[in-house]
Design a binder for this molecule. Structure first.
Ligand code: DX5
Ligand code: ZN
Length: 216
């Protein structure tokens, strides 16, 4: 199984509804929420997420690159998110937050920046439906894939197997036709792609091609 989640960050923000429809057939739509504090960039908040959820049937995969996700995550579920990812580096109480996200009916996910190791979080894995390994420093689309993250993807997949968990392992940053096979081989099964999808002439075709490559 390979899930392809196009990142709306690389879309035209003035035409979000059309851009969401342009990738129907994708598994989830990845929505990057940035607050100018956790990362040096600012994108969108809950009102735009709510509008997007009404504009597409594709479920929304929220990636919260924000300070204090403990406070702000619930409003994104009310806005229509099917999955909410918070950053390990920003959450004050990740277990409580993951439980709250699940209790409100969304999938709970936690992200790790490149310099954050997985090992301290091993015991938290059963609380999560997905773990996101960043393969760039978060904040911007179109950056080069960090090969040095492949061992962390591999180690995380081993921990998931060791605990017999069903959870997904997502990669985000620099995922393209040139890098997706290495990510899949290392054990990722959910692939975020921004510029590789929205930079293509036919975004829906780019999604199908990436999925075929990841499953090959
Ligand atoms: C970066 C975001 C990514 C971004 C990926 O901080 O979390 O989701 O949109 O863009 P690409 O695929 O172009 O690296
Ligand atoms: Zn993202």
């Amino acid at each position: 199984m390979a899930l392809i989640n196009p990142s709306i960050l690389s879309a035209d923000f003035a035409r979000l509804a059309e851009e969401a429809k342009a990738v129907e057939g994708a598994d989830w739509l990845h929505v990057d929420v940035m607050d100018n504090h956790f990362v040096p960039n600012l994108t969108l908040g809950a009102p735009v997420v709510e509008a997007l959820s009404k504009a597409t049937d594709t479920p929304l995969d929220l990636h919260l690159m924000i300070e204090d996700p403990d406070r702000w995550a619930p409003q994104y579920i009310e806005a229509g998110a099917g999955s909410v990812t918070f950053h390990a580096e920003a959450a004050a109480a990740p277990v409580r937050l993951a439980r709250e996200i699940r209790a409100k009916g969304a999938r709970a996910s936690m992200a790790l920046k490149p310099a954050t190791p997985i090992e301290p979080y091993e015991d938290l894995l059963p609380e999560l439906d997905m773990l996101l390994i960043m393969t760039v420093e978060p904040g911007f689309g179109g950056q080069a894939f960090l090969d040095i993250m492949l061992p962390k993807i591999r180690r995380t997949r081993e921990l998931i197997s060791k605990h017999g968990l069903e959870m997904w392992l997502q990669v985000d940053g620099g995922v393209s036709a040139a890098t997706i096979e290495r990510c899949a081989e290392a054990g990722a099964d959910v692939f975020v792609a921004g510029s590789a999808v929205y930079g293509a002439d036919d975004p829906a075709k780019a999604v199908r091609e990436l999925r075929a490559q990841a499953e090959s």
